[in-house]
Design a protein around this ligand. Sequence first.
Ligand code: C2E
Ligand code: MG
Ligand code: MG
Length: 745
Amino acid sequence: MERNLAYETAKGTVILAGIFSISLAAANLTMGVFSWGFAFVLGFAVILAPRMSLALPRSKFAISFADALIFLTFLLYGGPAAVIVAASETFANCLYLRKKGFPFGPLMIPTNVSIATVSTSLTILAWDTVHLLAFRELDPRSTQALVAYLGFLALVQFATSSFIVAVFQSLKDGSNLFSTWRKDCFSSSMTQIVGAALAGLLFKLINFGDIITGGIAMAALSIAYLSYRQTIREVNEAIDQAEEAEREKAEAERDLRREAENHAAQLAISLEKEEHANIALRKSEKDFQHAALHDSLTNLANRKQLGDILRTMIHEYKVDPAATFQVLFLDISRFKNINDSLGHTFGDKVLMVAAKRFVRMLAPTDVVARIGGDEFAIILRNVATAGKAQKVARRIYDNISQPFSLSGNNITISVNIGIAPCDAEYNTPEEVLRDADIAMHYAKERNVGVAVFTKELRFRFIERVRYENDLREAIDRNELSMNYQPLVDLQDGHLLGFEALLRWNHSEFGNIPPNKFIPIAEDSGLIIPITIWILRQTCNQLAHWQTINPSYSDLIVSVNISGKHLMHGDLIADVEHALEMSKIDPSSLKLEITESTAMENADHTINVLNRLKQLGVKLSIDDFGTGYSSLSILHKLPFDSLKIDRSFVYSVGENGENSEILQTIISLAKNLKMRVIAEGIETETQLHLLQNLGCDYGQGYLLARPQTAENIDKALYEHKSWLPVALIPGSEPTAVSDDPGLAVY
Ligand code: C2E
Ligand code: MG
Ligand code: MG
């Protein structure tokens, strides 16, 4: 701030000094000055000199004619005229430069003019003071004197102007005065010297040369000047071009560098991206590997992983018999029911709960895998005997059936477990799993929960496969036939009709019990074509029986329908077809559907049963009491009658004990407006009890065994009574035949 003040003060001072100097010079102008020559010099200084200055290439200064003109003016017209020329030339030069775009700060033009004025004035003052003393001996007109004068003037002019400029510069930027002078102003001595030399030359020409010499000299000077100017312009252009080229090169290099940097940055980005992609790839590879070996729902090992592990263990066991293992095959009972009734999401949750329970109950070294929808497998490592494996399996069986609550539902699940103990005969994991599966099916069939695989089971399995194959051809081979078991009105002994029961007389193995072959027929789907055949047979048979006697026209036949047929077959069309063919009244045909089948897929069952009902056929719920009916569903199902499972009849003791369930079922049926049939009546006690409880109809060995159509035919013609008179309520007791099946009254 202070320094700026000094600078501003210096500016003001020099401007004042400039004004003073110009005024003084103007006042001291002699009349001789006002001449064409002076006007020419002044005009030259103001108009041409600024335009003619030659900037020296790569240097800070320019050769100007200003100094030459000032010195020439001094020599021709004296000091005051030189001051006027200096002031005018500087002013014109500043205006010219400003026009060209040079940025002059405030008061810089007057300052510059003043510096030129003051330094010229000081030079003249110095000259006036010293020339008489220093140059007295010299002949003023000699060249020697001229050189000395001009040399002195140039020196002083240089000293004063460069000093003032250096003072200004150091005041402005605070730099050292001497170093500023040396750096910025010293070089301007050249212009002063050149200017002085030029002035001397011109002076000589004007004063001593003739016109021709002067003209030639002027022409030579002009040519020299112009060619020098041309050269300088060319040099400058060349420099400019070189600089431009250099700039372009630098620019290109910069671009290249920038490009390289960009490339490097992009490379870094793509490397980073690649790294990310690699990480993602590695992760997805890992995930993929995990997914390939795990079950997505339970996160347990899947069939593939189980197979891999098992393959290794089979091999190890062959090498080292101490490396024992046991494989458990687990199947969740009636899981399909859960899925169908509560939805698949719920079913998934149940599977997750089951999976967690399995894992919790086992050692970390054991392997638990999910190998199918509701099928799991467990490898117990280092369990030597099947007995120990059975204990583990039993523990799992007990634990898994602990009820749990899921989304507000109380759920109980159970499993069937088959165990395959390690055996040196095994070569592949599939063999082990197949045997564990066979054992599991056995456990399920026998309702025992856990079973260990034995060769005997494999035999049974093979036998089953054989039966299945033979059953396919049983109809064509005429091996299937029907038995009919009478259904009797328990109150008056009147014959209601018959239950049609399938028989298979195998060409090699003889009679095979329905309990053995019906499940095979159901599992294989063969039950559907077989039932179509049964429907046709029985309806035709009934049509014939109904014609034997008008009193038989109301007889009915009851046909057992499998769940498979209900779910997947075209039962309605099959029934319709049988009715059409036989021409029996639809109400003469009754279809029996077991309670468990009816409950399995209640919505679908309701739908199909309603459509069957529209055909006019009768419907009966079979084996009631074993299928865990839901009362809310039961009342929606359009059953006409309810058949009590024979196990409830069987459990009635000699003195009528355990009759409560029967009583409950009968009153339930009555409430649901259904007729009640009791099956499996074998004793008179059971019959009496059922009669007393108000049971409508009955079926059982006491009344009649299932018989061939020929036997029934015969009995019908003979008007056989199916209920001994003594057993009809209200009738007189008479002797009863020993053979109830053939009893006649
Ligand atoms: P179900 O439908 O409950 O048939 C009644 C079964 O009880 C018959 O066994 C019959 O012989 C038996 N039974 C009748 N009275 C007595 C008795 O007083 N004591 C004893 N212990 N048993 C008696 P069957 O004929 O062996 O049939 C067994 C099961 O096989 C049937 O049970 C039924 O579920 C199935 N079945 C039989 N025939 C067919 C058929 O044609 N189609 C279908 N889908 N299943 C059938
Ligand atoms: Mg039945
Ligand atoms: Mg039954």
